[in-house]
Design a protein. Structure first.
Lengths: 114, 115
C-alpha cells in the first residue's frame, strides 16, 4: 500500500533521448509536486499541480513537461535529454497547497544521461 | 538570499546520546511552516516533524523535537537517544503562505551515529 510511487526507479539513457517518469499517489491528496535533487543533494522544486491545475512552474527548461491526467497522477516528460539532467527526481504529494500541509515523497527516480 | 541555512559540517554522535541539528531561516511572511526530512543512504525522503509559525509549543514526534525560537528565526531538530539507524542526511525546509509558495530546502546536514 505504497503512498507515493514512481516508475521507473532507475533510468539510464543516451543524450538526446526522450523519457517519461510516472508518479501516482493513493493518499487522496489534491496537490502533487516534482523535485530535482542534484549531485550535491540540493533539492529544488520544479512543478506543482493542484487538482490537475499547474500552480508552480519554476524556471526549468521547456524540455521538461509535466502532465496531470487526474489528481492522483503526475507524470514528467523530458525531451532531448542532456548530461546535466542526470539527477534524482522526486514526486511528492500533500493534502492541499496550504502552508502547513506535509509533503510526502515518493522513492525517487535516479536518472543517468550518458 | 538563502531562505534556509544549515551550516554545520558533518555531525557525529555517540549511540544513545542526544544531538541537535541547526537550522535558521529567513522570511518576512508571518505565516510559514518549518519541516524536517531525513534522507538515509537508500535515498528516500522521510518526513520527521513540522512546526507552524503560529504554534505556541515546540513540536515533538517520538524521539524528535523541534527547538523553535521564532525571534532568532531558528528551528533546530533535536534527536534524543540516537540510534544507528539515525545515520542519514537531514534537511530543514520552509514553506511560506500562499497558493504558489514553494517548499524551500536547506542544503542538508549529514549525521553519523557511532556505536
Amino acid at each position: 500500500d505504497t503512498a507515493v510511487s514512481q516508475t521507473p526507479k532507475y533510468l539510464v539513457t543516451q543524450m538526446g533521448n526522450d523519457k517519461s517518469i510516472k508518479c501516482e499517489q493513493n493518499l487522496g491528496h489534491d496537490t502533487m509536486y516534482w523535485y530535482k535533487q542534484d549531485s550535491k543533494k540540493f533539492l529544488k522544486i520544479m512543478f506543482s499541480y493542484n487538482n490537475k491545475e499547474l500552480i508552480i512552474n519554476e524556471t526549468v527548461p521547456n524540455r521538461f513537461s509535466p502532465k496531470s491526467p487526474d489528481k492522483a497522477h503526475l507524470n514528467l516528460h523530458i525531451n532531448s535529454l542532456e548530461l546535466g539532467d542526470s539527477a534524482v527526481y522526486f514526486c511528492a504529494s500533500s493534502q492541499d497547497w496550504r502552508v502547513g500541509e506535509t509533503q510526502y515523497f515518493g522513492p525517487g527516480t535516479r536518472l543517468l544521461v550518458l | 538570499a538563502q531562505k534556509i541555512t544549515q551550516t554545520q559540517p558533518g555531525m557525529f554522535v555517540q549511540e544513545k546520546e542526544a544531538v541537535t541539528l541547526d537550522c535558521t531561516y529567513d522570511t518576512s511572511d508571518p505565516s510559514y511552516g518549518l519541516f524536517w526530512y531525513k534522507q538515509p543512504s537508500s535515498g528516500e525522503m522521510i518526513f520527521l516533524i513540522y512546526q507552524g509559525s503560529y504554534d505556541q509549543q515546540n513540536a515533538t514526534e517520538g524521539r524528535y523535537s523541534l527547538n523553535f525560537q521564532k525571534a532568532r528565526k531558528s528551528a533546530n531538530l533535536v534527536i534524543s537517544a540516537s540510534q544507528l539507524g539515525d545515520s542519514a542526511m537531514y534537511f530543514c525546509a520552509m514553506r511560506e503562505g500562499g497558493a504558489n509558495s514553494k517548499l524551500t530546502f536547506g542544503k542538508g546536514i549529514t549525521l553519523s551515529v557511532r556505536p
